[in-house]
Design a protein around this ligand. Structure first.
Ligand code: GDG
Length: 474
């Protein structure tokens, strides 16, 4: 049945799992995006198009299905598409360029060709499922060509695009051999959303310089009379949901258990990240180890729990990073640990949401130090779970979240001494200071939650002037 709302994202909101009886099934993926979009999907009988994951083999025969009351339409990727479009162009070209060249991007024409082909496949699928005048919301850096491809196929649609990662300044974006095509791809949307105003401004400036369109503030005027709006929509979390989870008995108990298992140290530092070179894991562990070496505290006083969630393991840079961190943790624990007291408790795994909440509750100092991050939801989740208004957040200036969480200890992750001072200040801070900071941050998060984010994007998209008779969805 044609849909009035179509969500197009690289991944479906469910993961493929093997059920206890051995048959394949689906489990809702833990990400916040799903809970954000679900209410909008339900209210409009929406359809979600995406790749179900996997290695690219045997996916041709996937049929649309319903899960958790959502209409889901899987798009299979061939093995070479997983390598060229996904691991290659998306994660080894776009990802590093959009994150300030933290790693060196690679440019390969065959990767680009595959990116075009896969974007075309997503656009064609969306075009075939959207009803007359429907709204299509396209997500993220893997699908930047979809808006224009879709507009060519279906000029009647209202199209929104949202980028979850930073949009880089012209000086970096310019390196992309396919810079013009990408800008033109995005300009197919009526509304292009970014995490921060800086990303939107970078985009508008590039469109003016590289494509030559007239612009005024957040508007781009196209020769055919259409206008495109660029805006900032900082994403957030289900704050009430996290707070509720943090108060449940099992999570409270588990949190105490975690502290005990760590030997009830005075302070627990915590990092939770996908194992990604943008997240600054290596530098933060070094800073912590140096504080012990310098004699500010020892392994009886403090422990650093680092959860590194396996990510993009087929991409070379990620394998190198994993080896580097394995070695660093081994060296730090070898040099500084005592029996039963490692300096760093390192976990290369992912956990259910309840365990995440228990970890957040158990931690005194949350350390979030990316070199560049679109938003960083982990920082917001930590704040949401601090129901007693205690706990310290050490946060990189280069995470989008730093724009809102001004009361965190803000750090430059490239400045090791600065990071050490901030960690130490957070370690030594008194309850009054912690409460003052945390209260203010909690207020921010409660007000700007993920429902407010989805709502503001959809409202803005519904408001953009549209040449044809697109329907309004809410
Ligand atoms: C991209 C942008 C932007 C992590 N480990 C586990 C787990 N998680 C959940 C966290 C959090 C999410 O994954 C991670 O989100 P982040 O925002 O921290 O980072 P990215 O994955 O890089 O996300 C980022 C985001 O998109 C949204 O727009 O903020 O800047 O890079 O929600 O809780 N969840 C579970 N187990 C884990 O082990 N259940």
């Amino acid at each position: 049945m044609p849909a009035d709302l179509v969500i197009v994202a690289n991944r479906l909101p469910v993961d493929r799992v093997t059920q206890p009886d051995g048959t394949p099934g689906w489990r809702r993926s833990p990400g916040g995006l799903v809970s954000a979009i679900e209410p909008v999907m339900r209210a409009n009988d929406g359809t979600w198009i995406g790749w179900p994951g996997g290695d690219g083999s045997g996916e041709d025969d996937l049929e649309p299905f319903e899960a958790d009351g959502m209409q889901l339409v899987p798009i299979g990727l061939e093995q070479d598409e997983v390598e060229l479009f996904y691991e290659g162009f998306s994660n080894a070209t776009i990802w590093p360029i959009y994150h300030d060249l933290v790693a060196k991007p690679e440019f390969h024409r065959v990767w680009w060709d595959s990116y075009v082909k896969v974007n075309q496949k997503f656009a064609a699928k969306a075009a075939s499922l959207a009803s007359e005048g429907a709204t299509v919301w396209v997500h993220d850096y893997q699908l930047q060509l979809v808006p224009q491809m879709l507009r060519d196929l279906r000029p009647d649609l209202r199209i929104g695009f949202y980028l979850h990662i930073p949009f880089p300044p012209a000086e970096l974006f310019q390196q992309l051999p396919w810079r013009r095509q990408i800008l033109e791809g995005l300009l197919g949307a009526d509304l292009v959303g970014f995490q921060l105003p800086g990303g939107a401004a970078n985009f508008v400036r590039l469109v003016r310089q590289r494509v030559g369109h007239k612009t005024h503030r957040d508007l781009v005027y196209l020769p055919d009379g259409r206008t495109v709006r660029a805006g900032a929509f900082p994403i957030s979390i289900d704050a009430a949901g996290y707070e509720k989870l943090a108060r449940t008995e099992s999570v409270v108990e588990r949190s105490a258990e975690i502290r005990k298992a760590l030997g009830n140290p005075r302070k627990i530092f915590l990092g939770i990240d996908r194992l990604d070179y943008t997240k600054g894991i290596y530098a933060r562990l070094r800073a912590f180890a140096e504080l012990i070496e310098d004699g500010h505290f020892d392994v009886e006083d403090a422990v650093f729990v680092q959860v590194a969630v396996p990510s993009r393991e087929q991409v070379e840079q990620y394998r190198i990073l994993r080896d580097d961190i394995d070695r660093l943790v081994g060296r730090i624990n070898g040099d500084l640990g005592r029996i039963g007291r490692p300096a760093i408790s390192y976990l290369h795994t992912s956990y259910p949401r309840e365990e995440m909440a228990a970890l957040y509750s158990a931690a005194d100092i949350m350390v979030v130090t990316p070199y560049r991050d679109g938003m960083n939801l982990v920082a917001k989740e930590y704040v949401a779970t601090r129901t007693e208004n205690d706990g310290a957040l050490v946060l990189s200036e280069f995470a989008g979240a730093a724009d809102e969480l001004r009361q965190a200890w803000l750090v430059n992750p490239y400045d090791l001494n600065g990071m050490k001072s901030a960690l130490l200040e957070a370690y030594r801070s008194d309850d009054k200071d912690l409460t003052r900071r945390m209260k203010a941050m909690r207020k921010t998060i409660q007000k700007h939650d993920v429902a407010a984010w989805a709502d503001s994007f959809m409202t803005e998209l519904a408001a953009v002037s549209h040449s044809s008779h697109a329907k309004t969805v809410r």
